[in-house]
Design a protein around this ligand. Structure first.
Ligand code: NAP
Length: 304
């Protein structure tokens, strides 16, 4: 269907199907059109109201009333739904996937998505390249979609054993064509790392805000909170369904990180209880130095 893929430059896709037209899917649709890498973008969402909003805002060119219709004739299919919806969606589209097309997702967990693709797509599993753009935010929905979401962000690509190398290269070239920087690793490596730098921080932020707001004077304390509170808790405003699915999919890695965190917290608590102020200072100094040494090119992006 397409000419040979040139390393480093993405091909232009004729028909792109975006399944799930929310923050990530809508932004992908806008980005690929802005970069001139898609001739047309057809969208599918669970509810007609989302699809209508995406059409009205010019995020997609056409809407499809089923996922199967959306992918029919598509040379690129992008899944941008909560990760727990992936398996069912892949089963719905399995019979409509064109030979030679590229399928990818944007889910925040990768081992579950990889397994879902292997089980649902059968002989077509090799066409699915699991991906995770490290971009987004605590807002969700197509109304927040923006073409620049992937500019300068990192995208983790976690190839399946079944993927032909040329297809993985095509997925990487596509993300680079959208302005992103690509890192490759296995799905398991991805899930272990993101449990530490994304999933646990979200769990802690949710729990902390709950602990604050459930105490009798919590509402009043909240009125006094400043920038430190704002920075520390921003991600606690994130979407509940998305994060329920992430914790469900990556529970064992998150629990492992939670154990490590509890050990660290216990050390801080012990110094506080015992009044070991110099030891407490050492712990703080250590953490402060690590945080100051950390830098990322996309520090304003989320790590979902
Ligand atoms: P979102 O804004 O809530 O959008 C989700 C979209 O998926 C909506 O269009 C929704 O349709 C649709 N959808 C939900 N269930 C579906 C189903 N069963 N079948 C078809 N469509 C369905 O969420 P998002 O933030 O874009 O997240 C999408 C994916 O990106 C998730 O897997 C998430 O882990 C990943 N991700 C998110 C971030 C972030 O910061 N938000 C960052 C990186 C990766 P309706 O509107 O009709 O319900």
């Amino acid at each position: 269907m397409h000419g040979p893929f040139e390393a480093g430059a993405s091909r232009v896709y004729q028909r792109v199907a975006v399944l799930g037209v929310g923050l990530l899917g809508g932004s992908f649709a806008l980005a690929i059109k802005r970069r001139g890498l898609a001739r047309e973008v057809v969208g599918y969402a669970k509810s007609p109201s989302t699809l209508n909003a995406a059409l009205a805002a010019g995020v997609i060119d056409h809407g499809a009333d089923s996922a199967l219709r959306a992918v029919t004739g598509a040379d690129l299919v992008v899944l941008a739904v909560p990760v727990a919806a992936t398996a069912a969606l892949l089963k719905q589209i399995a019979l409509g996937v064109s030979a030679g097309s590229l399928l990818l997702d944007v889910g925040s967990t990768k081992a579950d998505v990889a397994l879902a693709a292997q089980q649902a797509l059968g002989a077509r599993a090799g066409q699915f390249v699991p991906c995770h753009p490290i971009a987004g935010g605590e807002v969700s929905g197509v109304q927040h979609a923006r073409a620049a979401l992937f500019d300068g962000c990192r995208v983790v690509v976690t190839p399946l054993d079944e993927n032909p190398p040329t297809l993985v290269d095509a997925a990487c070239a596509l993300w680079e064509g959208l302005g992103a920087h690509v890192a490759r690793m296995t799905p398991a490596e991805h899930d272990a790392a993101f449990a530490a730098v994304s999933h646990l921080p979200h769990l802690l932020a949710f729990a902390y805000v709950q602990a604050l707001t459930r105490q009798p004077k919590g509402g009043g304390y909240l009125q006094l909170a400043g920038p430190g509170f704002r920075d520390f808790t921003r991600i606690a405003a994130s979407d509940a369904v998305m994060w329920r699915d992430v914790f469900h999919a990556n529970g064992s890695e998150v629990l492992h990180q939670l154990q490590l965190f509890k050990q660290a917290l216990a050390a801080f608590e012990a110094q506080l209880r015992q009044g070991n102020w110099s030891l407490l200072e050492n712990l703080i100094r250590d953490a402060s130095a690590s945080r100051q040494a950390w830098s990322t090119p996309s520090v304003d992006d989320d790590i979902a």
